[in-house]
Design a protein around this ligand. Structure first.
Ligand code: ATP
Ligand code: FE2
Length: 338
């Protein structure tokens, strides 16, 4: 394989189009991104895809400018092959194929979920963690076993971030709702330091090693309809669903005997969740790691990083194998790198 110079990473699984870079040593450089935010309602896949198509040239120019690079400096092109929304994934893949052909730069399609894990490992310097991957579309507890990232537990219905966004939207809070819920919960707690769950109970989302969030969503809305304040419900909602995630993560640590917990995905930006993970890890003589927030949310840099790891280990994606896979699973990708 020709020498690897700069690897470009293209992320387009859902609401965000993002371009990022790693250098010849796999060192990450921050992404340039743009996120579609619908005026009302949820994200429409084709609208998001149109957004990605429209902003792509501007974002790419900005990335090159910021890093004082020219297109010819790109020697490898990585893109999210799945999982995600079909129309959005197709835009990213089309850009990747076009650039790869034009620049004569080998192409590599990567697994978006695995990219969240690998950028976290690189950033936090942990080796063999249990991953709590909490994003809009995904909620999974993952561990590396026998050459794959295995999903030990996951949501049985909607992703935790989608649940937070849906709850927020019903209160008139635009996407993304998670950060606003975090702020409202923290403000309410500051005013109510003796807060108790009395009257604020919600269903508990754990089902064995799995999780479920649609029942909690309905129950939280019912508390609002019954006159509870938004801040109180945001606090209770976070406490319940984060505790459920941390419980499954703790059980995964216990079952696998691993001693590192790594957070990933957009919801991992949340300070309360980070604190809960740290407390749990400390109580069992383990360590909890959380990457910088820009590498928790969807970003092109993590795609570049995984592409770099895979290509260094000899894997490339031929054009006739470059189709996207909306339903790509975390454990479908063999780990060929170290
Ligand atoms: P994936 O394709 O991996 O499911 P995604 O498309 O959902 O990812 P991410 O950027 O990983 O995208 O995550 C976005 C989610 O993260 C949104 O649901 C958003 O509300 C949530 N989020 C972002 N910041 C916070 C926060 N501080 N607290 C809680 N949730 C947050
Ligand atoms: Fe993601």
């Amino acid at each position: 394989m020709a020498d690897i110079g700069w690897t470009l990473g293209i992320e387009s699984t859902a609401h965000t189009l993002s371009f990022g870079l790693v250098d010849s040593n796999g060192i990450p450089f921050p992404s340039v991104s743009d996120t579609v935010s619908p005026d009302q309602g949820g994200i429409h896949p084709r609208q998001a895809a149109d957004h990605h198509k429209d902003v792509a040239p501007i974002l790419l120019d900005r990335l090159f400018e910021k890093n004082e690079l020219k297109p010819k400096d790109i020697t490898n092109v990585a893109y999210s092959q799945g999982p995600g929304l079909g129309p959005c994934l197709r835009i990213g893949a089309a850009i990747a194929r076009g650039l790869s052909t034009k620049l004569n730069a080998p192409l590599i399609g990567v697994n978006h979920c695995v990219a969240h894990i690998e950028i976290g490992r690189q950033q936090c310097g942990c080796d063999d963690p249990v991953l709590l991957y909490v994003s809009g579309g995904n909620t999974q507890v993952i561990a590396r076993l026998e050459g794959r990232y295995r999903v030990l537990g996951e949501t049985l219905d909607i992703g935790i971030g989608n649940m937070l966004d849906k709850f927020a939207r019903a209160q008139g809070i635009p996407f993304p709702g998670g950060p606003v819920i975090e702020k409202k919960a923290a403000e309410w707690l500051a005013e109510n330091p003796d807060a108790s769950m009395d009257g604020l109970e919600l269903p508990y989302a754990v089902r064995g090693m799995d999780l479920a969030f649609s029942g909690v969503l309905t129950a939280a809305q019912r508390l609002i309809d019954n006159g509870k304040s938004l801040g109180a419900v945001c606090w209770s909602l976070q406490e319940h669903v984060f505790a459920a995630c941390v419980e499954v993560a703790e059980r995964a640590l216990s079952h696998t005997g691993k001693t590192e917990l790594l957070l990933g995905g957009g919801v991992a930006c949340n300070n309360r969740l980070r604190d809960m993970c740290e407390i749990m890890a400390e109580e069992r003589d383990s360590e909890s790691f959380a990457p910088p927030r820009m590498y928790c949310i969807d970003n092109g840099t993590m795609i570049a990083r995984l592409g770099w790891l895979e290509q260094k280990s000899g894997r490339n994606t031929a054009l006739d194998e470059s189709a996207i896979d909306q339903y790509l699973r975390t454990d479908q990708t063999p780990i060929i790198w170290s």
